[in-house]
Write a protein that binds this ligand. Structure first.
Ligand code: AHG
Ligand code: MN
Ligand code: MN
Length: 367
């Protein structure tokens, strides 16, 4: 099959240069950093695609230096490899003051032979890694912050506290999705743009300019095996979706669960939907499954920049003051009106209908 490829699309480089013209004083460091991140993502895309052929599938063996990360989760070889690619592609250029990653307990210091810069990057090098061995889409997520001025001035080593900035302070955020095509979705605080990797040119091309999320949806995503641990407002919301046309919502809903948040975020960006990994009572030590700094905040910024909403379930995600690098949090995002509804359910007192099955079909207490 022959395909005619459109040649008038912008490359990521062209897009960034044109964006920068809005800030005549900008040094270009920031763009250089984004392009290094994009190169890291291309490298990871190749590693994921060659997976079995290159012998990089499976768990990271203990004799190779590890097997469990700071989260207490088994590391895959590709988790470790992706982490290395991210570091190697971004550490050398003098744009970063330091980095932090899901796969490293402590912040990573820029090696002494390289200059240090103004930015911090926080990343999840491979999200959804339980899906790698079954050949389902995975991705990378990143968040870029400005380093505290005193770090920039002194050039000192970074510490955890330097990264504990609320999501509103992110300068840029994005993810790469390694699916049937490799995509990079990026916000620099002026909307959200999607780029598709052209495998012939090795360039990310602007294919999805100015993405917007529909405000309403009939599709939701949640891991229903946790239902017995959900809080009452979440249970209410999901019950109403499941009740469909005959229930309080008066419309049927569809459900999806990929178990790669990056892939779910992308689906929602393309056609709307709501994603929930709410705080639950499964493990009191873990208030939610997802991590604030390198999952919830960057995906949250993308959602908000595309006209969607990102929340803890109760309050806007981007306003949360982080307390630790690997902090977990309940995360609800997607189509604005559904996320607001879930927040509203958290504010409303739990009504009798939720605890008494006799009231389950009645709409008296519902809107
Ligand atoms: P990671 O692979 O970086 O640890 O993240 C996996 C996350 C997220 O991508 C996904 O939504 C969720 O974990 C899946 O959780 P379940 O295993 O409960 O489905
Ligand atoms: Mn992840
Ligand atoms: Mn990960």
């Amino acid at each position: 099959m022959s395909m005619t490829l459109r040649s008038n699309r912008s490359t990521l480089t062209q897009f960034l240069i044109e964006e920068r013209r809005r800030f005549p004083g900008a040094s270009g460091d920031f763009n250089a950093l984004i392009l290094d991140v994009a190169l890291a993502c291309k490298g990871i895309a190749k590693a994921v695609a060659y997976g079995e052929l290159a012998g990089v599938m499976g768990n990271h063996a203990a004799e190779d230096g590890g097997s469990v990360n700071v989260q207490g989760e088994t590391q895959k070889k590709l988790d470790v490899l992706s982490n290395d690619v991210f570091m190697q592609r971004t550490e050398w250029a003098g744009n970063l003051a330091g980095m932090a990653s899901e796969e490293m307990e402590q912040p990573y210091q820029i090696p002494a032979q390289y200059p240090r810069g103004n930015y911090l990057i926080v990343f999840d090098p491979l999200d959804g890694s339980s899906n790698i061995d079954v050949n389902v889409s995975v991705g990378s997520i990143f968040s870029i912050l400005r380093a505290p001025q005193e770090v920039i001035d002194s050039g000192r080593d970074v510490v955890e506290a330097d990264f504990l900035q609320p999501g509103t302070r992110q300068l840029a955020a994005g993810y790469a999705l390694y699916g049937p095509t490799t995509m990079l979705v990026l916000t620099v605080g002026d909307g959200v743009n999607g780029f598709t990797l052209d495998p012939n040119l090795g360039e990310f091309m602007l294919t999805h300019p100015k993405l917007r999320i529909p405000e309403d949806t009939q599709e939701f995503a949640i891991n229903a095996s946790n239902a017995r641990f959900w809080e009452a407002p979440v249970k209410r919301y999901v019950d109403e979706c499941l009740a469909g046309k005959t229930g309080a919502r008066g419309k049927d809903f569809n459900m999806r669960w990929i178990a790669s948040m990056v892939a779910e975020a992308h689906r929602i960006l393309m056609r709307g939907g709501v994603f929930m990994y709410p705080r639950d009572t499964k493990d009191p030590a873990k208030p939610g499954r997802l991590r604030l700094l390198y999952e919830a905040n960057p995906v949250g910024m993308i959602m908000e920049q595309a006209g969607g909403r990102a929340s803890t379930g109760e309050v806007p995600m981007l306003g949360v003051q982080p307390t630790s690098l690997h902090q977990r949090i309940g995360f609800v995002f997607g189509s604005k009106n559904e996320v607001e509804r879930i927040e509203r359910y958290h504010r409303e007192p739990v009504s009798v209908e939720l605890t008494n099955p006799l009231f389950a079909e009645r709409s008296l207490f519902r809107d």
